[in-house]
Design a protein around this ligand. Structure first.
Ligand code: HAM
Length: 417
């Protein structure tokens, strides 16, 4: 037997209703907030991520599924959606439209990480990206959209934490401070962090080694070292969040694991998730569009991990009514009845009903057992008499009640309240 690759999941019919409900709410909220859906390729040129996400990040250094295609091009299965959204924004000249450009996506992503609860190698993100709006209001609107989704799904026990990691100007002064602090503790850092120290000391802050984590916890904080403009922006985000009643905390330790962030960063965590507690992460990336070849364009967005969201919903025993129920089972006795049953099923399906027939040559008794198993609301048995008369007995499977109906009338009969 061939098994699924490590770190991947099958979503089976019994479990897919919850996914559909989540996706429905995503589409509804994004429409309400003026976001348009984009669908970009699952694979991109590797350079898009090494330049966009940053070559010192764990994602690019250790976790990408990268391969040479038959034309010897370096290709990568997307580890996240932001770089792809920026590429699509530029390649399709979306900047020429009235700004801001508000995009959202629901996509599979791929990261070669050590699988554990809530951490997969193939996972799904719902993400939004807003291009062309530099104001603190945009930050608040983006954070509010994530909060709204969680609220409409009745998710409890989540916390929104925000921070500011400043702009390149304030970052360079901070990096010097951080470098000096880390240099003094260099002998305790892991080899990868010693390597990062010279080029990108902030990446030490998200190293997974416990020793580096302890050193990072006492390091100088970027939020205490941001410039006046960045401080003003951060205060503006807070004021707007307060104004619309979004509860949040400030967590100076949030630096995010991807290189493109500037100013506001945020994460949403849940008690229900264990070690991988972040269900959503995002922030502003005012330099990324330019880095990837466009004009200087501000951007902000987030991505929410759908497997983690589903885990939370399941832990809360949230029940979503599945719309998979069978309206009617049409049993058939004999070849002619079978033809008629199939036609009737086709008509009912065209009319929007869920109609099932037996495909396995069961006896009539076994067909009725099967109808029970499917949980069909109604059933009808077609034999020679029914073929001849064009009428049959419609059985309400819940009450056992039977009524005679013309076969042409079955659709209307099972629609009645
Ligand atoms: P990220 O924090 O790397 O950000 O991922 C966002 C979310 O994806 C995480 O909070 C988590 O819920 C989920 N996630 C990440 N890795 C895994 C995994 N291996 N298994 C399961 N779930 C996972 C980004 O990807 C940015 N592109 C977000 C963004 C959009 N920033 C601005 N715009």
């Amino acid at each position: 037997m061939i098994n699924k690759p490590r770190g991947t999941e099958d979503i089976l019919p019994a479990g897919s209703a919850i996914w559909r409900k989540v996706e429905q709410e995503i589409h509804r909220i994004c429409k309400a907030c003026g976001y348009g859906e984009i669908r970009t390729p699952t694979f991109e040129s590797t350079e898009l991520f090494s330049r966009g996400v940053g070559s010192d990040t764990d994602v690019v250094k250790k976790e990408m599924y990268t391969f040479l295609d038959k034309g010897e091009r370096s290709i990568t299965l997307r580890p996240e959606g932001t770089a792809s959204a920026v590429r699509a924004y530029l390649e399709n000249s979306l900047y020429a439209n009235t700004q801001p450009t508000k995009l959202y996506y629901i996509i599979p992503c791929y990261r070669y990480e050590k699988p554990q609860s809530g951490r997969l190698r193939e996972f799904h993100q719902f993400g939004i990206e807003c291009f062309g709006a530099a104001s603190a209001l945009a930050d608040a609107e983006v954070i509010a959209l994530a909060a709204e989704l969680l609220k409409t799904l009745n998710v409890s026990g989540v916390k929104i934490n925000i921070n500011s990691i400043g702009c390149p100007a304030c970052r360079s002064g901070y990096n010097e401070k951080l470098r000096a602090y880390l240099e003094a503790r260099k002998d305790k850092l892991c080899a990868a962090c010693v390597d990062r120290l010279g080029r990108n000391p902030m990446r030490v802050m998200d190293c997974k080694s416990p020793v580096c984590g302890e050193i990072a916890a006492s390091a100088p904080k970027i939020i205490d070292n941001i410039c006046g403009d960045c401080r003003e922006h951060f205060d503006g985000v807070r004021a707007h969040l307060d104004n619309i009643g979004i509860e949040y905390g400030i967590n100076p330790d949030i630096v995010r694991g991807l290189d493109y962030y500037t100013r506001t960063v945020f994460e949403i965590t849940s008690d229900a998730l264990g070690a991988q507690s972040a269900v959503c992460g995002g922030g502003r990336y005012d330099g990324l569009v330019k880095e990837l070849g466009g004009q200087d364009t501000p951007g902000i967005g987030f991505a929410l991990g759908l497997e983690r969201l589903v885990m939370i919903l399941k832990s809360q025993q949230t029940v979503f009514n599945s719309d998979d129920g069978v309206d009617i089972f049409i049993a058939a006795i004999g070849a002619e009845a079978e033809l008629l049953a199939m036609k009737l099923a086709r008509d009912l399906r065209s009319a929007g009903k869920s109609a099932q027939v037996d495909l396995c040559g069961r006896s009539v008794k076994a067909q009725m057992k099967y109808a029970d198993k499917l949980g069909a609301r109604f059933s009808v048995v077609i034999g020679d008499d029914e073929v001849a008369s064009g009428t049959a007995e419609l059985k309400n499977m819940e009450t056992g009640e039977k009524v005679a109906v013309r076969l042409d009338d079955v659709g209307a009969a099972i629609s009645r309240p």
